[in-house]
Design a binder for this molecule. Structure first.
Ligand code: AMP
Length: 226
């Protein structure tokens, strides 16, 4: 079996992180940990975390770091992530979250941070056309809808526009990305952990680029072993 991996994928909202993380998760047989999906599930279940997170999410604001770190810590503590690794999607999103992640991750830490690069004009177009399954989180778009009447092809749930995919909330989220998350690119570059991959191409092409970046990084390490 292909070896596991411990990956972070960074990129603006609408860069294709969700789609590519699902593909990386299948390719490397590792859990896909999407903090957005986890929070939306908590909102839906009406848990305490969900109630707290909802007002930030609907406004396109970031949920407090402590809530996120607790959520991710619990997930990273499970057997599947310990055995195979993970692909983190939407986390860390702030320098503080990255600091806390360093504290909770056991050695050897992260293998690679992938920075999915897409022009802002393209993500604005993608996000305003995006439609999402309210039940399983699968993404569609106005130009690639589900096959039957906005009913999810995967789980039969209702496919809708996310509360935070309105133009005002999208602008706020992109602005937050520049201020809070973009500094992480420099941080991981300094640590020698960053690979930048252009995301403005067909989905399969972008997946190939990501896999090449990951395998290219692992090759020298594997060869270095006795
Ligand atoms: P996403 O699906 O990744 O775009 O996340 C949707 C929303 O969940 C974000 O706009 C935030 O309100 C919240 N969220 C997800 N991940 C994080 C995070 N790492 N830190 C803070 N808030 C988050």
């Amino acid at each position: 079996m292909v070896p596991g991996a411990r990956l972070i994928v960074l990129g603006k909202q609408g860069a294709g992180k969700g789609t590519q993380c699902v593909r990386l998760s299948r390719h490397y047989v590792i859990p896909h940990i999407s903090t957005g999906d986890m929070l939306r599930a908590a909102v839906k279940r009406g848990t305490e975390i969900g109630e707290e997170a909802r007002r930030y999410m609907d406004a396109g604001e970031l949920v407090p770091d402590e809530v996120l770190v607790e959520l991710v810590h619990q997930r990273l503590d499970q057997d599947d992530t310990k055995a195979r690794g993970f692909v983190l999607d939407g986390f860390p999103r702030t320098v503080r979250q990255a600091d806390l992640l360093d504290e909770i991750l056991p050695p050897p830490g992260i293998d690679l941070v992938l920075n999915l690069l897409v022009p802002t004009s393209l993500v604005m177009r993608r996000l305003s056309a995006r439609r999402t399954c309210a039940d399983c989180g699968a993404n569609y778009s106005l130009s690639a809808p589900p096959s039957i009447d906005w009913t999810c092809d995967i789980c039969g749930g209702e496919v809708v526009q996310r509360e935070d995919d309105t133009e005002a909330a999208i602008k706020r989220r992109l602005d937050l990305y520049e201020r809070q998350t973009a500094p992480l690119v420099a941080r991981y570059r300094r640590k020698g952990l960053l690979a930048t991959v252009r995301g403005d191409a067909a989905v399969d092409v972008v997946t190939d680029r990501l896999v090449k970046a990951i395998d290219g990084r692992r090759q020298p390490r594997a060869e270095a072993r006795p």
